[in-house]
Design a protein around this ligand. Structure first.
Ligand code: GDP
Ligand code: MN
Length: 379
């Protein structure tokens, strides 16, 4: 789950990380009232889950009430890379001496936490990584050992921040790592992390992704309430299906996350474009299949459906019967291509062959099936 900046700052604040005081506002009047309460100058900031708001005119300094009103009016409703601004964060403005970059993420390949720190902040880190990779100091942290003070200090030194920022950065980054671990985040990014002219170190932006698998450990209701969910995902999750909406035209149903991913890949590989990822899990029975087909059928972009099942504990004939029963229950608008393999695949295909038509096609291999379904989707 991705948080908005203001939520990320709440999250940071709960771990004692220095952030600026501020208030959210959904209307111009509320924004002005908040700015008046905070005292000028303030920063008026668009709350959208996309980076580069500053460049897009979504972050503006206001010196007085009039400017706050003008900026709030300009930014509310602004379209930033397809995200329309509905909420503002009004924050007490900070004086900036220097802008840095700091983040913690997971490095899955290394099986470690990755910390990145750079004296070149305020710009996108991808740009720094390309133009001056040595300007990013990286550390890999063994999650079982954590991050001790000596390592933190070495890391900050390696990043060549202003020596004035050392103490503050060590303290803030220690807390940021605690927030990342104890808060169950997959990403904690601060860009910019600033040094003020008075020598304080402070988080001026917050990008936080929480690990959904850890939600049972936390009270994330407030964060969840503001999540904008894909309607298709909403319907699928209500049915207990593992579904991720994509932009293409081939509906995908598979059993097992690995097979579902491979299916998405092979559709792409043969020149198609998947409309979704959908894992129906182990039991490919009629009820689950009917639910999955309904979800996919309700997606207006879908032009053809690829059902890719590898029979394991659920045998081929049970899967085939499940599909046939499901098709009797749900009226499907798009042609369906099925690849059935695994335990008792022969028996399963035999059942399917009795129901084959122009819109229900069985193919013996994944590649065959992918080619057929992509061709049908393009028709
Ligand atoms: P982003 O563009 O979406 O990453 O939004 P940020 O919150 O990072 O803000 C973009 C830029 O606006 C920062 O890099 C700062 O240069 C500037 N900015 C943000 N807040 C303040 C502030 O309190 N004072 C000043 N002087 N500049 C700010
Ligand atoms: Mn930023």
């Amino acid at each position: 789950m991705d948080l908005f900046e203001y939520q990320g700052k709440q999250f940071f604040g709960s771990f004692g990380i220095a952030v600026s005081p501020g208030e959210v506002a959904d209307t111009v009047d509320d924004a002005v009232a908040a700015a008046d309460r905070l005292g000028y100058p303030v920063v008026v900031k668009a709350q959208v889950q996309v980076g580069g708001r500053g460049k897009a005119g979504g972050v503006k300094l206001a010196a007085d009430t009039d400017e706050a009103r003008t900026h709030a009016g300009d930014i509310l409703g602004l379209d930033i890379k397809g995200h329309v601004v509905k909420r503002l964060w009004i924050e007490k403005a900070s004086d900036i001496a220097e802008e840095y970059y700091a983040s913690f993420t997971l490095d899955r390949a290394a099986k470690k936490h990755l910390g990145m720190l750079s004296a070149q902040g305020g710009v996108e880190i991808e740009t720094v990584a390309e133009s001056d990779p040595d300007a990013i100091a990286k550390i890999w942290i063994d999650p079982a050992k954590g991050l001790d003070d000596a390592t933190l200090r070495d890391w900050v030194t390696a990043a060549k921040l202003n020596p004035q920022a050392t103490e503050g950065a060590v303290e803030l980054l220690g807390k940021l790592y605690t927030a990342f671990v104890d808060g169950d985040a997959d990403l904690c990014e601060v860009n910019p992390l600033i040094l003020t002219p008075e020598g304080r170190v402070h988080a001026l932006d917050a990008k936080v992704t929480l690990d959904d698998n850890a939600r049972f450990r936390h009270d994330w209701d407030e964060y969840e309430a503001t999540q904008t969910r894909d309607e298709r995902e909403e319907a699928a999750h209500a049915k207990g299906l593992q579904y991720v909406g994509l932009d293409g035209e081939v509906g995908v149903i598979a059993n097992g996350a690995g097979l579902a991913m491979s299916t998405v890949d092979i559709v792409n590989q043969v020149g198609g474009s998947p409309a979704n990822f959908l894992d129906i899990g182990g039991g490919a029975n009629a009820e689950v299949m009917a639910g999955a087909l309904e979800v996919i059928n309700n997606d207006p972009k879908v032009k053809a459906i690829f059902i890719n099942i590898f029979g394991g504990i659920t045998k081929g004939e049970e899967v085939a019967n499940g599909i046939v029963t499901a098709l009797g229950r749900v009226q499907i608008d798009s042609p369906i291509v099925i690849r059935l393999d695994g335990t008792n695949a022969e028996q399963g295909r035999e059942i399917l062959s009795r129901h084959e038509s122009e819109t229900l096609i069985s193919r013996p291999t994944m590649l065959d099936a992918a080619r057929t379904v992509v061709e049908l989707a393009k028709r």
